[in-house]
Design a protein around this ligand. Structure first.
Ligand code: NDP
Ligand code: GDR
Length: 371
Protein backbone atom coordinates (compact mmCIF):
# COMPACT_ATOMS: atom_id res chain seq x y z
CA UNK A 1 0.00 0.00 0.00
CA UNK A 2 1.36 3.41 -0.96
CA UNK A 3 1.73 5.65 2.08
CA UNK A 4 0.92 9.34 2.12
CA UNK A 5 2.95 11.85 4.11
CA UNK A 6 2.29 15.51 4.84
CA UNK A 7 5.35 17.68 5.59
CA UNK A 8 4.96 21.12 7.11
CA UNK A 9 8.05 23.26 6.44
CA UNK A 10 8.74 21.36 3.22
CA UNK A 11 10.61 24.36 1.77
CA UNK A 12 13.13 24.32 4.65
CA UNK A 13 16.41 22.41 4.96
CA UNK A 14 14.96 19.30 6.61
CA UNK A 15 11.73 19.43 4.60
CA UNK A 16 13.68 19.18 1.35
CA UNK A 17 15.83 16.25 2.51
CA UNK A 18 12.84 14.45 4.01
CA UNK A 19 10.66 14.91 0.90
CA UNK A 20 13.44 13.44 -1.24
CA UNK A 21 13.91 10.55 1.20
CA UNK A 22 10.19 9.68 1.36
CA UNK A 23 9.73 9.90 -2.42
CA UNK A 24 12.60 7.39 -2.80
CA UNK A 25 10.72 5.11 -0.38
CA UNK A 26 7.65 5.26 -2.66
CA UNK A 27 5.54 7.67 -0.62
CA UNK A 28 3.12 10.21 -2.02
CA UNK A 29 4.40 13.41 -0.44
CA UNK A 30 2.33 16.52 0.24
CA UNK A 31 4.00 19.65 1.55
CA UNK A 32 2.82 22.93 3.00
CA UNK A 33 4.51 26.05 1.67
CA UNK A 34 3.90 29.65 2.66
CA UNK A 35 2.85 32.32 0.29
CA UNK A 36 5.76 34.70 -0.29
CA UNK A 37 6.26 37.66 -2.56
CA UNK A 38 9.11 35.82 -4.29
CA UNK A 39 9.52 32.15 -5.17
CA UNK A 40 10.54 30.27 -2.00
CA UNK A 41 10.72 26.69 -3.27
CA UNK A 42 14.40 26.59 -4.33
CA UNK A 43 15.20 23.62 -2.13
CA UNK A 44 12.43 21.43 -3.59
CA UNK A 45 12.34 22.71 -7.17
CA UNK A 46 14.09 19.53 -8.35
CA UNK A 47 11.12 17.53 -7.00
CA UNK A 48 8.47 19.80 -8.55
CA UNK A 49 5.85 18.18 -10.77
CA UNK A 50 3.62 20.07 -13.15
CA UNK A 51 0.11 20.30 -11.64
CA UNK A 52 -1.33 19.47 -15.06
CA UNK A 53 0.21 16.00 -14.92
CA UNK A 54 -1.99 13.31 -13.36
CA UNK A 55 -0.78 10.89 -10.66
CA UNK A 56 1.63 13.35 -9.11
CA UNK A 57 3.48 12.01 -6.08
CA UNK A 58 4.75 15.42 -4.89
CA UNK A 59 2.08 18.06 -4.22
CA UNK A 60 2.44 21.47 -2.60
CA UNK A 61 -0.35 23.31 -0.75
CA UNK A 62 -0.38 26.90 0.42
CA UNK A 63 -0.68 27.07 4.17
CA UNK A 64 0.52 28.41 7.47
CA UNK A 65 0.85 27.00 10.98
CA UNK A 66 -0.95 30.05 12.32
CA UNK A 67 -4.14 29.23 10.39
CA UNK A 68 -6.21 26.37 11.88
CA UNK A 69 -8.88 26.33 9.17
CA UNK A 70 -6.22 25.99 6.50
CA UNK A 71 -4.53 23.11 8.34
CA UNK A 72 -7.80 21.26 8.92
CA UNK A 73 -8.76 21.58 5.26
CA UNK A 74 -5.38 20.32 4.00
CA UNK A 75 -5.34 17.36 6.40
CA UNK A 76 -8.94 16.49 5.50
CA UNK A 77 -8.04 16.54 1.81
CA UNK A 78 -4.74 14.66 2.10
CA UNK A 79 -5.75 12.07 4.78
CA UNK A 80 -2.08 11.50 5.62
CA UNK A 81 -0.68 8.33 7.17
CA UNK A 82 2.16 10.42 8.58
CA UNK A 83 2.55 14.10 9.42
CA UNK A 84 6.03 15.56 9.90
CA UNK A 85 5.77 18.92 11.65
CA UNK A 86 8.99 20.61 10.55
CA UNK A 87 7.60 24.13 10.06
CA UNK A 88 8.85 26.71 12.52
CA UNK A 89 10.33 30.12 12.98
CA UNK A 90 13.59 28.29 13.56
CA UNK A 91 16.13 31.05 14.23
CA UNK A 92 16.97 31.35 17.93
CA UNK A 93 18.31 34.93 17.75
CA UNK A 94 15.33 36.13 15.68
CA UNK A 95 12.92 34.65 18.24
CA UNK A 96 14.03 37.39 20.67
CA UNK A 97 12.81 39.91 18.08
CA UNK A 98 9.54 38.11 17.28
CA UNK A 99 8.62 36.24 20.47
CA UNK A 100 4.84 36.32 20.08
CA UNK A 101 4.87 35.13 16.47
CA UNK A 102 7.38 32.41 17.41
CA UNK A 103 5.09 31.18 20.21
CA UNK A 104 2.16 31.18 17.82
CA UNK A 105 3.86 29.30 14.98
CA UNK A 106 6.17 26.95 16.92
CA UNK A 107 4.06 26.34 20.04
CA UNK A 108 0.38 26.76 19.18
CA UNK A 109 1.06 25.65 15.60
CA UNK A 110 1.87 22.18 16.95
CA UNK A 111 -1.38 22.14 18.92
CA UNK A 112 -3.33 23.16 15.80
CA UNK A 113 -2.03 20.14 13.90
CA UNK A 114 -2.74 17.71 16.74
CA UNK A 115 -6.25 19.15 17.17
CA UNK A 116 -6.87 18.90 13.42
CA UNK A 117 -6.01 15.19 13.56
CA UNK A 118 -8.48 14.78 16.45
CA UNK A 119 -11.27 16.90 14.93
CA UNK A 120 -11.05 14.84 11.74
CA UNK A 121 -11.14 11.55 13.67
CA UNK A 122 -7.71 10.51 12.35
CA UNK A 123 -6.16 9.64 15.76
CA UNK A 124 -5.77 5.97 14.84
CA UNK A 125 -4.66 6.54 11.25
CA UNK A 126 -2.27 9.49 11.28
CA UNK A 127 1.16 9.24 12.92
CA UNK A 128 2.71 12.52 14.05
CA UNK A 129 6.35 13.63 14.22
CA UNK A 130 7.27 16.79 16.13
CA UNK A 131 10.56 18.56 15.37
CA UNK A 132 11.79 19.08 18.90
CA UNK A 133 15.22 20.44 19.63
CA UNK A 134 18.33 20.34 21.79
CA UNK A 135 17.57 24.02 22.54
CA UNK A 136 15.12 22.62 25.12
CA UNK A 137 18.16 21.78 27.30
CA UNK A 138 19.36 25.42 27.16
CA UNK A 139 21.17 25.97 30.42
CA UNK A 140 22.28 22.37 30.59
CA UNK A 141 21.56 20.36 33.71
CA UNK A 142 23.56 17.26 32.72
CA UNK A 143 26.20 16.33 30.11
CA UNK A 144 25.78 14.64 27.71
CA UNK A 145 22.07 15.38 27.29
CA UNK A 146 19.70 12.45 26.89
CA UNK A 147 15.93 11.86 26.83
CA UNK A 148 15.68 12.08 30.63
CA UNK A 149 17.78 15.25 31.07
CA UNK A 150 15.67 18.12 32.51
CA UNK A 151 14.85 21.01 30.17
CA UNK A 152 15.82 24.66 30.81
CA UNK A 153 14.94 26.69 27.69
CA UNK A 154 16.86 29.95 27.12
CA UNK A 155 15.02 31.73 24.29
CA UNK A 156 11.46 32.45 23.12
CA UNK A 157 12.12 29.85 20.42
CA UNK A 158 13.05 27.19 22.96
CA UNK A 159 10.12 28.04 25.22
CA UNK A 160 7.71 27.75 22.26
CA UNK A 161 9.29 24.40 21.34
CA UNK A 162 8.90 23.27 24.95
CA UNK A 163 5.15 23.71 24.55
CA UNK A 164 5.30 21.78 21.27
CA UNK A 165 7.20 18.97 23.00
CA UNK A 166 4.79 18.58 25.89
CA UNK A 167 1.57 18.96 23.89
CA UNK A 168 2.81 16.13 21.67
CA UNK A 169 3.45 13.94 24.74
CA UNK A 170 0.08 14.95 26.18
CA UNK A 171 -1.91 14.04 23.03
CA UNK A 172 -0.11 10.70 22.91
CA UNK A 173 -1.09 9.94 26.49
CA UNK A 174 -4.58 11.51 26.45
CA UNK A 175 -5.86 10.23 23.10
CA UNK A 176 -3.62 7.26 22.36
CA UNK A 177 -2.21 8.99 19.30
CA UNK A 178 1.00 7.77 17.67
CA UNK A 179 2.97 10.98 18.29
CA UNK A 180 6.75 11.28 18.74
CA UNK A 181 9.32 13.93 19.53
CA UNK A 182 12.67 13.84 17.81
CA UNK A 183 15.00 15.89 20.03
CA UNK A 184 17.44 16.81 17.32
CA UNK A 185 20.76 18.47 17.93
CA UNK A 186 22.08 20.97 15.35
CA UNK A 187 22.22 19.54 11.86
CA UNK A 188 23.58 21.29 8.84
CA UNK A 189 24.13 20.83 5.10
CA UNK A 190 24.90 22.78 1.93
CA UNK A 191 21.25 23.90 1.92
CA UNK A 192 21.30 25.16 5.52
CA UNK A 193 19.84 28.67 5.87
CA UNK A 194 22.55 31.29 5.28
CA UNK A 195 22.10 33.00 8.67
CA UNK A 196 22.84 29.94 10.82
CA UNK A 197 26.44 30.01 11.98
CA UNK A 198 27.86 27.03 10.05
CA UNK A 199 26.54 28.13 6.67
CA UNK A 200 27.42 31.74 7.38
CA UNK A 201 31.00 30.59 7.97
CA UNK A 202 31.33 28.23 5.00
CA UNK A 203 29.77 30.77 2.66
CA UNK A 204 31.98 33.58 3.95
CA UNK A 205 35.20 31.55 3.84
CA UNK A 206 34.49 30.59 0.22
CA UNK A 207 33.73 34.18 -0.76
CA UNK A 208 36.74 35.55 1.13
CA UNK A 209 39.02 33.07 -0.63
CA UNK A 210 37.86 34.52 -3.96
CA UNK A 211 38.03 38.15 -2.87
CA UNK A 212 34.25 38.60 -2.89
CA UNK A 213 33.96 39.40 0.81
CA UNK A 214 36.34 41.24 3.10
CA UNK A 215 35.15 40.46 6.56
CA UNK A 216 33.11 37.87 8.44
CA UNK A 217 31.31 39.19 11.53
CA UNK A 218 30.46 36.58 14.14
CA UNK A 219 29.07 36.52 17.68
CA UNK A 220 30.03 34.05 20.42
CA UNK A 221 33.02 32.03 19.16
CA UNK A 222 33.12 29.84 22.26
CA UNK A 223 29.66 28.30 21.89
CA UNK A 224 29.92 24.50 21.73
CA UNK A 225 27.60 22.50 19.50
CA UNK A 226 27.02 18.88 18.48
CA UNK A 227 26.74 19.25 14.69
CA UNK A 228 25.47 16.47 12.40
CA UNK A 229 24.35 16.22 8.76
CA UNK A 230 20.67 16.90 7.96
CA UNK A 231 20.61 14.04 5.44
CA UNK A 232 21.40 11.52 8.23
CA UNK A 233 18.88 13.05 10.61
CA UNK A 234 15.78 12.93 8.35
CA UNK A 235 16.16 9.17 8.07
CA UNK A 236 15.74 9.08 11.81
CA UNK A 237 12.57 11.19 11.65
CA UNK A 238 11.03 8.55 9.40
CA UNK A 239 12.32 5.62 11.48
CA UNK A 240 10.64 7.05 14.59
CA UNK A 241 7.24 6.74 12.92
CA UNK A 242 7.81 3.11 11.83
CA UNK A 243 8.00 1.56 15.32
CA UNK A 244 5.38 -0.47 17.13
CA UNK A 245 5.00 2.13 19.87
CA UNK A 246 5.55 5.91 19.79
CA UNK A 247 8.49 7.28 21.77
CA UNK A 248 10.84 10.27 22.00
CA UNK A 249 14.48 10.12 20.89
CA UNK A 250 17.62 12.25 21.08
CA UNK A 251 19.38 12.48 17.74
CA UNK A 252 22.98 13.66 17.93
CA UNK A 253 26.54 12.67 17.03
CA UNK A 254 27.94 12.63 20.57
CA UNK A 255 30.85 14.87 19.49
CA UNK A 256 31.18 18.57 20.26
CA UNK A 257 33.13 21.45 18.70
CA UNK A 258 33.25 25.23 19.20
CA UNK A 259 32.21 27.86 16.66
CA UNK A 260 35.86 28.93 16.59
CA UNK A 261 36.93 25.40 15.63
CA UNK A 262 34.30 25.37 12.90
CA UNK A 263 35.88 28.52 11.43
CA UNK A 264 39.29 26.85 11.53
CA UNK A 265 38.06 23.66 9.85
CA UNK A 266 36.26 25.61 7.13
CA UNK A 267 39.32 27.79 6.42
CA UNK A 268 41.60 24.74 6.38
CA UNK A 269 39.36 23.13 3.77
CA UNK A 270 40.39 25.87 1.34
CA UNK A 271 44.02 25.71 2.44
CA UNK A 272 43.80 29.01 4.29
CA UNK A 273 45.96 29.24 7.38
CA UNK A 274 44.30 31.02 10.26
CA UNK A 275 46.18 33.49 12.40
CA UNK A 276 44.40 34.56 15.54
CA UNK A 277 45.03 38.10 16.68
CA UNK A 278 43.85 39.93 19.77
CA UNK A 279 44.35 39.39 23.45
CA UNK A 280 43.34 35.80 23.95
CA UNK A 281 44.92 32.75 22.38
CA UNK A 282 42.89 30.35 24.48
CA UNK A 283 39.10 30.02 24.80
CA UNK A 284 38.89 31.99 28.03
CA UNK A 285 41.05 34.77 26.63
CA UNK A 286 38.97 34.90 23.48
CA UNK A 287 35.77 35.32 25.50
CA UNK A 288 37.31 38.21 27.45
CA UNK A 289 38.53 39.81 24.28
CA UNK A 290 35.18 39.26 22.59
CA UNK A 291 33.49 41.29 25.27
CA UNK A 292 36.04 44.05 24.59
CA UNK A 293 35.09 43.82 20.90
CA UNK A 294 38.76 43.30 20.29
CA UNK A 295 39.27 39.92 18.72
CA UNK A 296 40.44 39.82 15.16
CA UNK A 297 41.05 36.64 13.31
CA UNK A 298 42.97 36.79 10.08
CA UNK A 299 41.96 34.52 7.25
CA UNK A 300 44.68 35.17 4.73
CA UNK A 301 44.37 38.88 4.06
CA UNK A 302 40.81 39.03 5.27
CA UNK A 303 39.44 39.27 8.76
CA UNK A 304 36.92 37.59 11.02
CA UNK A 305 35.62 40.07 13.56
CA UNK A 306 33.44 39.61 16.59
CA UNK A 307 30.35 41.79 16.48
CA UNK A 308 28.33 41.89 19.72
CA UNK A 309 25.15 42.36 17.70
CA UNK A 310 25.25 38.57 17.23
CA UNK A 311 25.33 37.89 20.98
CA UNK A 312 22.02 36.65 22.36
CA UNK A 313 20.33 38.04 25.50
CA UNK A 314 20.60 34.54 26.97
CA UNK A 315 22.98 32.12 25.28
CA UNK A 316 23.13 28.34 25.12
CA UNK A 317 26.85 27.84 25.70
CA UNK A 318 27.20 24.10 25.34
CA UNK A 319 25.24 21.21 23.85
CA UNK A 320 26.34 17.60 23.55
CA UNK A 321 23.87 14.80 22.85
CA UNK A 322 23.84 11.14 23.83
CA UNK A 323 22.26 9.23 20.92
CA UNK A 324 22.47 5.91 22.85
CA UNK A 325 18.72 5.22 22.92
CA UNK A 326 18.33 5.80 19.15
CA UNK A 327 21.26 3.47 18.53
CA UNK A 328 19.94 0.75 20.78
CA UNK A 329 16.22 0.85 19.92
CA UNK A 330 16.29 1.99 16.29
CA UNK A 331 19.71 0.79 15.18
CA UNK A 332 20.54 4.35 14.09
CA UNK A 333 23.88 6.07 14.15
CA UNK A 334 25.09 9.13 12.23
CA UNK A 335 27.07 8.43 9.05
CA UNK A 336 28.76 11.78 8.44
CA UNK A 337 31.65 13.20 10.50
CA UNK A 338 32.03 16.93 11.12
CA UNK A 339 35.07 16.99 8.83
CA UNK A 340 33.01 15.45 5.98
CA UNK A 341 30.16 17.87 6.67
CA UNK A 342 32.47 20.90 6.60
CA UNK A 343 34.07 19.69 3.36
CA UNK A 344 30.70 19.23 1.64
CA UNK A 345 29.44 22.65 2.76
CA UNK A 346 32.63 24.55 1.91
CA UNK A 347 32.96 22.92 -1.52
CA UNK A 348 29.31 23.71 -2.38
CA UNK A 349 29.74 27.33 -1.30
CA UNK A 350 33.06 27.58 -3.13
CA UNK A 351 31.40 26.46 -6.39
CA UNK A 352 28.66 29.05 -5.91
CA UNK A 353 31.23 31.75 -5.08
CA UNK A 354 33.20 30.90 -8.24
CA UNK A 355 30.06 31.61 -10.28
CA UNK A 356 29.65 34.96 -8.47
CA UNK A 357 33.33 35.77 -9.06
CA UNK A 358 32.87 35.11 -12.77
CA UNK A 359 29.87 37.43 -12.84
CA UNK A 360 31.89 40.10 -11.03
CA UNK A 361 34.78 39.73 -13.48
CA UNK A 362 32.31 40.14 -16.32
CA UNK A 363 31.37 43.53 -14.95
CA UNK A 364 28.56 42.91 -12.50
CA UNK A 365 28.93 43.78 -8.82
CA UNK A 366 28.33 40.76 -6.56
CA UNK A 367 26.72 41.75 -3.29
CA UNK A 368 28.53 41.64 0.06
CA UNK A 369 26.73 39.52 2.60
CA UNK A 370 27.16 40.03 6.35
CA UNK A 371 24.08 38.68 8.09
P1 NDP B 1 14.28 25.91 8.29
O1 NDP B 1 14.27 27.24 8.91
O2 NDP B 1 15.25 25.62 7.19
O3 NDP B 1 12.82 25.60 7.70
C1 NDP B 1 11.66 25.97 8.38
C2 NDP B 1 10.46 25.73 7.49
O4 NDP B 1 9.27 26.15 8.20
C3 NDP B 1 10.48 26.53 6.18
O5 NDP B 1 9.88 25.73 5.17
C4 NDP B 1 9.58 27.72 6.49
O6 NDP B 1 8.99 28.29 5.37
C5 NDP B 1 8.53 27.02 7.34
N1 NDP B 1 7.73 27.93 8.17
C6 NDP B 1 8.16 28.88 9.02
N2 NDP B 1 7.13 29.48 9.63
C7 NDP B 1 6.01 28.89 9.14
C8 NDP B 1 4.62 29.07 9.38
N3 NDP B 1 4.16 29.98 10.22
N4 NDP B 1 3.75 28.28 8.70
C9 NDP B 1 4.19 27.37 7.83
N5 NDP B 1 5.49 27.15 7.55
C10 NDP B 1 6.39 27.90 8.22
O7 NDP B 1 14.44 24.84 9.46
P2 NDP B 1 15.13 23.39 9.44
O8 NDP B 1 14.72 22.67 8.22
O9 NDP B 1 16.56 23.52 9.77
O10 NDP B 1 14.44 22.71 10.71
C11 NDP B 1 13.23 21.98 10.61
C12 NDP B 1 12.55 21.92 11.95
O11 NDP B 1 13.39 21.27 12.89
C13 NDP B 1 12.21 23.28 12.56
O12 NDP B 1 11.00 23.12 13.28
C14 NDP B 1 13.36 23.54 13.52
O13 NDP B 1 12.94 24.40 14.56
C15 NDP B 1 13.65 22.14 14.01
N6 NDP B 1 15.01 21.87 14.40
C16 NDP B 1 16.04 22.14 13.55
C17 NDP B 1 17.32 21.79 13.89
C18 NDP B 1 18.48 22.08 12.99
O14 NDP B 1 19.62 22.05 13.48
N7 NDP B 1 18.27 22.32 11.70
C19 NDP B 1 17.62 21.11 15.18
C20 NDP B 1 16.44 20.84 15.97
C21 NDP B 1 15.19 21.20 15.58
P3 NDP B 1 9.80 29.37 4.46
O15 NDP B 1 10.70 28.57 3.57
O16 NDP B 1 8.69 30.06 3.73
O17 NDP B 1 10.54 30.27 5.40
P1 GDR C 1 21.36 27.48 17.11
O1 GDR C 1 22.13 27.68 15.73
O2 GDR C 1 21.10 28.75 17.79
O3 GDR C 1 22.13 26.44 17.87
O4 GDR C 1 19.95 26.91 16.62
P2 GDR C 1 22.99 28.90 15.16
O5 GDR C 1 23.78 28.34 14.04
O6 GDR C 1 22.14 30.09 14.89
O7 GDR C 1 23.96 29.25 16.40
C1 GDR C 1 24.87 28.31 16.93
C2 GDR C 1 25.81 29.01 17.90
O8 GDR C 1 26.67 29.88 17.17
C3 GDR C 1 26.73 31.13 17.85
N1 GDR C 1 27.09 32.19 16.89
C4 GDR C 1 26.33 32.63 15.87
N2 GDR C 1 25.12 32.23 15.42
C5 GDR C 1 24.61 32.85 14.32
N3 GDR C 1 23.42 32.44 13.82
N4 GDR C 1 25.27 33.88 13.71
C6 GDR C 1 26.49 34.33 14.14
O9 GDR C 1 27.05 35.23 13.58
C7 GDR C 1 27.05 33.66 15.28
N5 GDR C 1 28.22 33.79 15.94
C8 GDR C 1 28.23 32.90 16.92
C9 GDR C 1 25.34 31.29 18.44
O10 GDR C 1 25.36 32.28 19.48
C10 GDR C 1 25.08 29.88 18.93
O11 GDR C 1 25.65 29.68 20.19
C11 GDR C 1 19.88 25.93 15.57
C12 GDR C 1 18.52 26.13 14.84
O12 GDR C 1 18.51 25.30 13.72
C13 GDR C 1 17.37 25.78 15.76
O13 GDR C 1 16.15 25.80 15.00
C14 GDR C 1 17.59 24.39 16.33
O14 GDR C 1 16.54 24.06 17.21
C15 GDR C 1 18.94 24.31 17.05
O15 GDR C 1 19.96 24.63 16.12
C16 GDR C 1 19.22 22.91 17.58
Amino acid sequence: MTKTALITGVTGQDGAYLAEFLLKKGYVVHGIKRRASLFNTDRVDHLYQDPHVSNRNFVLHYGDLTDSTNLIRIIQQVQPDEIYNLAAMSHVAVSFETPEYTANADGIGTLRLLEAIRILGLEKKTRFYQASTSELYGLVQETPQKETTPFYPRSPYAVAKLYGYWITVNYREAYGMYACNGILFNHESPIRGETFVTRKITRAVARMALGLQECLYLGNLSALRDWGHARDYVEMQWLMLQQEKPDDFVIATGVQYSVRQFVEFAAAELGIELRWEGEGQNEAGIVAAVLDKDVRVKVGDTIVRVDPRYFRPTEVETLLGDPGKAKEKLGWSPKTSLQELVREMVQADYSAAKRDALVKMAGFQAYDYHE
